[in-house]
Design a protein around this ligand. Structure first.
Ligand SMILES: [Zn+2]
Length: 94
């Protein structure tokens, strides 16, 4: 009943990160690394982000998507089951 404040703060940090890097795909594993959150927590968020409602709110997620970090390393993410990728759709404020 005490709730899990660390989870919601991880979610907020995650969404802020996507806002700052709008348009770039990250797999949930690298996304968790970038924001210092638990990968399983952000994986659950990525599942929620695969909805039309999330897209309207400015976020998108899909299974087996691209990942900016893995692409930069030349590591292939494709073909591995499990990882999901997320991105923010909002234009960064200028
Ligand atoms: Zn990745």
């Amino acid at each position: 009943m005490s709730g899990e404040p660390s989870v919601s703060s991880a979610v907020i940090r995650g969404l802020e990160f996507l806002d700052r890097h709008a348009g770039e795909w990250y797999c949930t594993r690298c996304w968790a690394d970038e924001v210092g959150a638990d990968a399983r927590t952000l994986h659950r968020v990525s599942v929620l982000m695969g909805t039309d409602e999330a897209r309207l709110a400015g976020y998108e997620a899909k299974a087996d998507g691209a990942c900016k970090v893995h692409d930069a390393k030349g590591t292939r993410l494709a073909g591995r089951k499990g990882p999901r990728s997320v991105r923010g759709l909002r234009k960064p404020r200028s």
